[in-house]
Design a protein around this ligand. Structure first.
Ligand SMILES: [Zn+2]
Length: 305
């Protein structure tokens, strides 16, 4: 079952050196989610041959332009291509007004419904849930209201161990095993416990997206033991004061959060246009947290079960 993050944009503030502003496609068990939508996101989706009509939920972390200016273009293309499914957009206050103003002045009425969901400031909340996963906000500290997003698979059922199945079981009994029931005789006495015929569930995977944020050690408590953490790394340590003043983080600080939270892997992104070569950014993070990688356009990061 899929759990994959595709990087559409990794640049902070400005596009630079072929890097696009921030956007990611998150795929969990065949569901598509768009996380931030910087300028050019739709062109990146096209280049990577993603069927973006499969995206029904768009999560926007905050309303700095490098995180959402691609959204109008994407919405107009969806309209022109006669999308019919509802599009859910999750954002802090203001985006509904921005989008409806665009549509009003272009006298466009999309063929599909846009449903806005307002994020609460400074509160951790579940904003999406279905039978496979939840998406929670991660309150971040930035110059304006800003939230990260935590994608977490739900607990999975135990799996039937075919090598242990006794012969002659009824289909209903096997179905019962899938639902956690024991095998019982006609009088209700247990013949086989569920545990004895099933294997541990596959692990529930998790991905945290922490877009723009000042360094905050406290964030680690919210990110404990997750599989993959994306944390912005706009600057390197020699610009630590600038990072603090602009409510951004350095590669070292991103790595420190990853280490404190004991995550499995760290993805760095939102790079400043001052860095043409990103090798030193990666090296700085690796000196603190070795399992670090750069979030480069077009790359896919798969979380294994
Ligand atoms: Zn920002």
């Amino acid at each position: 079952m899929s759990f994959k993050i595709t990087i559409l944009g990794s640049s902070g503030a400005l596009p630079a050196y072929g890097r696009f502003t921030t956007a990611q496609l998150v795929e969990v068990q065949s569901r598509y989610f768009l996380v931030d939508c910087g300028e050019g996101a739709q062109m990146q989706l096209m280049r990577l041959q993603v069927n973006f009509h499969r995206i029904n939920h768009v999560f926007i972390s905050h309303l700095h332009g490098d995180h959402y200016l691609g959204l109008m273009g994407l919405i107009f293309t969806m309209h022109l291509q006669r999308r019919v499914n509802d599009l859910h957009i999750y954002s802090h206050r203001g985006l509904d007004e921005i989008i409806t103003t665009h549509l009003r002045y272009s006298r466009s009425a999309p063929n599909f419904k846009i449903i806005f969901h307002l994020l609460e400031k400074g509160v951790r909340e579940i904003i999406f849930e279905d039978d496979a996963l939840t998406v929670e906000t991660i309150p971040l500290s930035h110059r304006i209201r800003c939230s990260g997003f935590l994608f977490k698979e739900k607990l999975k059922p135990r799996r039937i161990d075919k090598t242990k199945l006794p012969p002659g079981l009824l289909i209903q009994q096997i179905a019962g095993l899938n639902h956690g029931h024991d095998i019982r005789d006609e009088d209700g006495a247990i013949l086989y416990t569920n545990d004895s015929l099933t294997l541990e569930p596959r692990k529930s995977r998790s991905y945290a997206y922490c877009s723009d944020t000042v360094f905050d050690e406290g964030l680690a408590a919210q990110l404990r033991d997750i599989d993959l953490l994306y944390h912005e790394a706009t600057f390197m340590t020699d610009e630590e004061l600038k990072a603090r003043d602009t409510y951004h983080s350095t590669a070292r600080q991103a790595a420190t959060v990853a280490k404190l939270a004991n995550v499995n892997k760290l993805l760095l992104g939102h790079f400043s246009a001052r860095y043409k070569d990103l090798t030193p950014v990666l090296e700085e993070a690796k000196s603190i947290f070795n399992n670090s990688e750069l979030a480069i356009e077009g790359q896919e990061f798969i979380i294994q079960e």
